[in-house]
Ligand binder design. Structure first.
Ligand code: GAL
Length: 390
C-alpha cells in the first residue's frame, strides 16, 4: 500500500508539466533545440525533429536534431539526425541555412525521408531550395541526397491556356517597385511563376503531408513567398512526380501546417513577417488540389502571452499539426496528455508552433495548443498554459 503510494508519487513527480511560453527541458535538463520541425510515431516511440539553432546568428552550424519520447513529455536528445557538411562547396556546408525539416516514414521502402528548406552558404535566402535526405533509422544518420528548385519547365497541372498566355506576357525585371496595384496585378498573372519557369520555382517555408491513401505531398511558400505550391511526391517520397498547383495565389502565406479531419483538409498558415508573430490564416478544401476556401483565423479567446493575443497567434508561428492515431495504431506510444479545461476529450490534433527568439534562436520556445472543433466542425484553437496534465 505504502509502496504503491510512493511509486505513484514518484511517477507524478517524474512527469514534467510542460508550460507553453516557457523553456522545455529534455531529459538532460537542456531546452529542446528542435525548431520548425515535426513529430512522427514509429515503433512505440515519438521522434521530434527540428532545427538545431545556434545561440547567436541564424545560420546552421550543427544540423537537424532529433529527440525521442514514449509519452510526449520526456524527451531524450538522440543527437544530430542530419549533420552539416565540412566539405567546402557542399550544398549543406556548415553555415548554410536548414529550416523546417519534416521527416516521414515510407512503409514501401522502409526508409525515413527528410525534406527541408535549404539556403546555400553565404547567399542569404535567395537559393530557396527544397532538399532531400534519407535514413534507415529514425535517429539517423540521414544521408543528404540533393537540393533543388521545383518543377523547372512545368506549369501547374490545372493552368489553362489563357493563364499560361497571361503569365508569358509578364516581365518581373520591369517591376522594381513592389506592392503597387499594377505590380500586384502582374503577380496575379503569374509573373514570378514565369520568371522562375526555366530555372525552377522557389521553395522556402514548407511541410510534408501524408494523406490517408499513403500519398505524400509537399506544401511550400514559393514565388517570393507570395503563393503556396502543393506538389505530389513519388511513391518513395524522394522526388516530385511533376504534378503541382497553387494555393491562395498572392496571399503571402508562410509556415504551412495541414491536417485532415472527417474528409476535409485544413491548412493553417502565418503571414510573412519574419520572426515576428502575425495573424494566422486558415483554408479548407475537400481535395488536396483545391479549390481552397479561406476562413478566419482559428485562434480565439481573450488570453494572451506577453501581450500577444489570438490575433497574433499567441506569439507563435506554426510548424506542424500532430495527429494522434492511437485507436487505429496499436503500436502507437501513449501520451501523457489530458483534455485541457473546456474540452471533453483528449485532443486528436495538436498545433505545434515556435515562439521565435531571433536574438537567441536556440532559446526559441515551443507552443503546443490542442485543436478543438466548433459546432459546425471548424477548427478552434485557444490558449492553454499547461500542455500536458496527467
Ligand atoms: C520566417 C520563417 C522562418 C525563417 C524566418 C527568417 O518568416 O517562417 O522559417 O525563414 O522567417 O527570417
Amino acid at each position: 500500500m505504502i509502496n504503491s503510494f510512493i511509486l505513484s508519487l514518484a511517477l507524478i513527480l517524474a512527469v514534467p508539466t510542460l508550460h507553453n511560453g516557457e523553456l522545455w527541458p529534455d531529459t538532460g535538463g537542456k531546452h529542446i533545440n528542435a525548431h520548425g520541425g515535426n513529430i512522427i510515431q514509429y515503433g512505440g516511440k515519438y521522434y521530434w525533429y527540428g532545427e538545431n539553432r545556434p545561440d547567436r546568428g541564424y545560420t546552421t552550424e550543427v544540423g537537424v536534431e532529433v529527440y525521442s519520447s514514449t509519452d510526449l513529455c520526456h524527451w531524450t536528445d538522440e543527437g544530430v539526425a542530419l549533420s552539416v557538411s565540412e566539405t567546402p562547396g557542399s550544398d549543406i556546408e556548415r553555415g548554410c541555412i536548414m529550416e523546417r525539416p519534416k521527416v516521414v516514414y515510407n512503409p514501401r521502402t522502409k526508409r525515413f525521408v527528410m525534406l527541408f528548406h535549404l539556403e546555400l552558404k553565404g547567399r542569404g535566402y535567395e537559393a530557396a531550395r527544397v532538399a532531400f535526405a534519407e535514413s534507415e533509422s529514425p535517429t539517423g544518420p540521414f544521408r543528404f541526397i540533393r537540393s533543388t528548385r521545383l518543377h523547372a519547365g512545368k506549369w501547374p497541372f490545372d493552368y489553362t491556356t489563357k493563364q499560361i498566355e497571361a503569365a508569358r506576357q509578364t516581365d518581373a525585371a520591369k517591376w522594381k517597385d513592389w506592392w503597387t496595384p499594377e505590380w500586384r496585378a502582374e503577380t496575379e498573372k503569374g509573373m514570378y511563376l514565369w520568371r522562375d519557369f526555366k530555372g525552377g520555382q522557389m521553395s522556402r517555408d514548407m511541410t510534408v503531408f501524408i494523406d490517408t491513401d499513403g500519398k505524400a505531398y509537399h506544401i511550400t511558400s514559393s514565388q517570393e513567398n507570395l503563393t503556396l505550391l502543393v506538389s505530389e511526391l513519388t511513391d518513395d517520397f524522394l522526388d516530385f512526380t511533376g504534378k503541382y498547383n497553387t494555393i491562395a495565389p498572392g496571399g503571402q502565406n508562410e509556415a504551412p501546417c495541414i491536417f485532415k479531419h472527417d474528409g476535409r483538409y485544413w491548412l493553417i498558415c502565418s503571414g510573412c513577417t519574419g520572426w515576428e508573430p502575425n495573424e494566422a490564416r486558415m483554408f479548407t478544401s475537400t481535395s488536396i488540389w483545391g479549390p481552397w476556401t479561406q476562413l478566419p483565423s482559428p485562434f480565439q479567446g481573450t488570453s494572451s502571452y506577453r501581450g500577444f493575443t489570438a490575433k497574433k497567434t499567441f506569439g507563435g508561428q506554426g510548424t506542424y499539426i500532430l495527429s494522434f492515431s492511437s485507436e487505429a495504431d496499436p503500436t502507437a506510444p501513449t501520451a501523457c496528455i489530458a483534455p485541457p479545461a473546456g474540452m471533453a476529450n483528449v485532443p486528436q490534433f495538436v498545433f505545434m508552433a515556435d515562439i521565435w527568439n531571433p536574438r537567441h534562436l536556440s532559446q526559441s520556445l515551443h507552443l503546443w495548443l490542442p485543436i478543438d472543433f466548433g459546432a459546425d466542425g471548424t477548427p478552434v484553437i485557444r490558449w492553454t498554459e499547461k500542455v500536458f496534465i496527467q
